[in-house]
Design a protein around this ligand. Structure first.
Ligand SMILES: Nc1ncnc2c1ncn2[C@@H]1O[C@H](COP(=O)(O)OP(=O)(O)OP(=O)(O)O)[C@@H](O)[C@H]1O
Ligand SMILES: O=P(O)(O)OC[C@H]1O[C@H](OP(=O)(O)OP(=O)(O)O)[C@H](O)[C@@H]1O
Ligand SMILES: [Mg+2]
Length: 291
């Protein structure tokens, strides 16, 4: 490539999961010491670590060509960027996170309308202001630098708008969720200029394809088994019909080998059913990528 792709890696909650996803996709990102410019084993990419909150602004103003950040912060900044791919992973899971409105368990606030004249504390200031203004609810939205759950416990605010993934922080503070404002997930974004540059776009598309492949590889497993020929119809009917399974003859035998890819979540129900219906020698194996 004539010019390297300037790629932003999010600092904070998404950093570890992002570097791990790149590793599984075939790129090693080496964060050494306090440097915000980690090494990457790709001569066409220059990496920079940048706060998730600020990423979309740096991509919009072309300081970075592309970057990974949450949909939430792109909305907060109202950034004019190109969304290349939704990559659904959070800090500890492969699920989206949610921005929710939470109040103390015994609060009299039950609906959004009950917030008229009340005070909300949040890090997602502009989005929250817009959200309530659109619904014509008159609230006082105050910026929080973090540890937001504590503010409603200590009476500094009547409610909070906060991000949650596992709900453990909300629960730990004796709060309850009364409304969900938005679901958010990580996105790969690019500046319009980088996206219009064929070389850069090709590199960004390569990154998107492999990151998506690695995420999908996490959700799926390979299954292989031997099946008596007379049972093959029953066994195939049990397999989810995402992809047609591969059926291969076994040498000198009236058994066949069946191979397929299935969702990890159904395996524990599926394997006993396959055994009951005559399958033998079932092996399950992980998949690095599914492209
Ligand atoms: N469990 C989670 N907790 C917080 N943010 C999460 C979580 N999972 C995913 N995210 C996403 O990570 C981004 C927030 O990361 P960011 O670095 O801006 O803040 P942070 O991790 O809260 O930083 P800090 O540790 O300084 O509070 C958002 O896009 C958010 O949606
Ligand atoms: O639903 P959970 O899985 O508990 O995760 C959500 C919590 O994690 C984040 O806090 P962070 O560690 O960023 O601290 P902060 O409040 O100081 O930003 C977020 O602000 C919530 O407090
Ligand atoms: Mg935080």
């Amino acid at each position: 490539m004539e010019k390297k792709l300037k790629l932003g890696i999010p600092k904070g909650s998404l950093q570890k999961a992002t570097i791990e996803l790149f590793r599984r996709s075939g790129w090693k990102i080496n964060v050494n010491g306090r440097s915000y410019f980690p090494e990457i084993n790709d001569k066409d990419i220059d990496c920079a670590i940048c706060r998730a909150q600020e990423m979309s602004r740096y991509v919009e103003n072309e300081t970075l060509d592309a970057g990974l950040t949450g949909k939430d912060w792109i909305a907060e900044n109202s950034s004019d960027i190109h969304v290349v791919a939704d990559l659904v992973y959070s800090k500890v899971s492969a699920r989206p996170a949610r921005w929710v409105l939470a109040v103390p368990y015994n609060s009299s606030i039950k609906t959004l309308e009950d917030l008229n004249g009340k005070k909300i504390s949040t890090e997602l200031l502009e989005f929250t202001k817009r959200y309530f203004a659109e619904r014509k609810i008159d609230v006082n939205v105050e910026f929080s630098w973090g540890a937001t759950e504590a503010k409603v416990v200590s009476g500094l605010a009547d409610a909070i708008v906060e991000v949650t993934e596992t709900e453990s922080t909300i629960r730990a503070h004796g709060l309850k969720i009364i409304h969900e404002l938005m679901q958010t997930n990580t996105q790969l974004i690019a500046s319009h200029k980088a996206w219009a540059n064929p070389e850069k776009r090709e590199k960004i598309e390569q990154i998107a394809m492999l990151l998506k492949g690695a995420l999908l590889g996490d959700k799926l497993v390979g299954l292989k088994m031997n099946v008596p020929e007379k049972q093959i119809k029953t066994i195939v009917a049990l397999l989810p019909s995402l992809n047609a399974p591969t059926i291969a003859a076994l040498y000198n035998s009236d058994w066949v080998s069946v191979e397929t890819v299935v969702d990890t979540s159904i395996v524990r129900e599926l394997i006993p059913d396959l055994l009951k219906n005559g399958a033998e020698g079932i092996i399950e194996y992980p998949l690095n990528k599914v492209v």
